[in-house]
Design a protein around this ligand. Sequence first.
Ligand code: SF4
Length: 205
Amino acid sequence: MSTRHEAAAAAVAVQAASCQTWAELDAVARRCTACPDLVLSRSTVVIGDAPEDSRLVLVGEAPGAEEDRTGRPFVGRSGRLLDELLAEAGLARDQVAVLNVVKCRPPQNRTPGSAEVANCGGWLDRQLTLLAPELICTLGLSAMQRFLGRRMTLTAARGVVHDHAGTRLVATYHPSAALRFGPRGAPRAALREDLRTVAGLLTAP
Ligand code: SF4
């Protein structure tokens, strides 16, 4: 990463660290212009859903078209499947925080670049500090690698309870993979199984 990119990420981290509440972070992050390509491709900054007292945080990759249009994460087809599988696991979507690694829609839904992930990392880290969840569950490769490193594969990461700065972390597939491989595909079965594991790891409210 270039010095310019490192400076952009550091500036976001400083801004984010100064936010004392979710509302403050929401207001400041909405004006973020750290990623030039994403500023051009986004309609809005999708901050994420953060119900009060969320014990679980789901982290996906980036907003898609429907998320960019509505300003909310996981509301398209992937979001509907996620809601369905959460409910099957006994988890209500409105009690779960849902965030993305980057908060602005990439052009043509491309994978976010490493500089963009680094830039947005300051917002994500601060969100996790403010939420202080019991458990983080990453959805898909990008989100998993953001926490566990780019050499980690999803196959190796699944089925293990990892530690992220003192918080337990579980990695699973992105619902878009579960849609792509169909209802009988392995990713859907894995996502269903992993969300059940996540539900079992949460302490009783
Ligand atoms: S993706 Fe994150 S860091 Fe980049 S412009 Fe959007 S809010 Fe800022």
